[in-house]
Design a protein around this ligand. Structure first.
Ligand SMILES: [Mg+2]
Length: 334
């Protein structure tokens, strides 16, 4: 942050985050924020984005990065069936990073917070060799309405919102040499794929609708369907029969897979960062839940398999059955 003191920057960030927000008694600027907590269960979640691990400064705008840092946390609140309320932002930046980069980041954070009707009420800044953006989000859910990963039972149907593979395909398009992918990126679906990666949508309303439709377990697809489905099954102590032919592959993913000689199904299973909701429902709750999501949010709900006694995770394809490999994005494997 050449030429700016931390206090100067903080005063700019306070202006970006200013304004009245429901439930905020005292926002950024004091030792701590004061907010109404309400009678419901509190939800607390944090997500860290580290430069060169989660993002490349040259490939993502600070505005998009800020928006995404909020949305991925909101997605975790959505996966509990809750509503996001407040956010805290911890930011570490190299000394030579222009102040304008930070201001744009906060513009994206503010936009993301507004999109989900939540307020950013404080944070902290520090120096570091690489950029680290850590966002903490609180939310709330009424007692009895919270959905965890651990409630799935044999016979439950597995459903997923929206479509899969869009973010990973969008990342491919965004990181390839522009001349190679110009024809793909200029299509409607090409633009949608890139936007899925840079501006993910957290399924807050859908999560609440699934909870009230009787979801027995739920998780957001952050690290790839296969990996996150494996986590849900492990926590529930169940197995699964996943129908590969039923997977809702996002428009354009097959075209991107063809262009890069990849397998579209592998992208849908392991791509990650889709932030769709993966839930289990009793069989008779699937149809009403799908109608409700379509009517209220224009979001598709697709049945993709059934929960079994376990412990096997089985993928059923046209060529037979195989073990579902937990392929997906592993931050430690890199
Ligand atoms: Mg999650």
């Amino acid at each position: 942050m050449s030429g700016h003191s931390e206090d100067d920057l903080v005063s700019v960030l306070r202006r970006i985050l200013s304004g009245d927000a429901p439930g905020v008694f005292l926002g950024p600027g004091d030792d701590a924020a004061l907010v109404e907590m309400g009678p419901h269960l509190g939800i607390l979640t944090v997500d860290m984005m580290v430069e060169d691990v989660h993002f490349d400064r040259r490939l993502v705008s600070p505005h998009d990065l800020g928006y995404k840092a909020v949305a991925v946390n909101v997605s975790d609140v959505a996966a509990m069936g809750g509503s996001p309320r407040y956010g805290l932002v911890a930011l570490a930046i190299p000394a030579d990073l222009p102040a304008s980069w930070v201001v744009e980041l906060y513009g994206g954070i503010r936009e993301g917070a507004d999109a989900y009707a939540m307020a950013v009420v404080g944070g902290d800044t520090s120096r570091a060799e690489r950029i680290v953006v850590s966002v903490t989000v609180t939310g709330e859910v009424s007692r009895g309405a919270a959905v965890t990963r651990s409630g799935a039972s044999p016979g439950d149907r597995i459903v997923v919102t929206g479509a899969l593979g869009a973010s990973a395909a969008g990342l491919r398009l965004a990181t390839a040499p522009p001349a190679e992918v110009a024809a793909l990126v200029s299509t409607d679906w090409g633009r949608d794929l890139v936007a899925s990666h840079t501006r993910p949508v957290a399924r807050v309303g859908e999560g609440q609708a699934l909870a009230s439709a009787g979801a027995t377990a739920m998780i957001d697809v952050s690290d790839g369907l296969a990996m996150d489905l494996g986590r849900l099954c492990r926590e529930s102590g169940v197995g699964v029969r996943l129908s590969l032919a039923s997977l809702p592959v996002a428009p354009g993913v097959r075209e991107v897979a063809d262009a890069f000689r990849l397998d579209a199904l592998a992208i849908a299973l392991g791509g990650g960062e889709d932030y769709e909701l993966l839930a289990t429902l009793p069989e008779d709750a699937v149809e009403p839940a799908a109608e409700r999501l379509e009517d209220r949010f224009a979001t598709a709900l697709t049945q993709i398999g059934v929960i079994t006694e376990g412990p096997d995770l089985v993928a059923v394809g046209a060529d037979g059955e195989r073990q579902l490999e937990p392929l997906g994005w592993d931050h430690f494997a890199g």
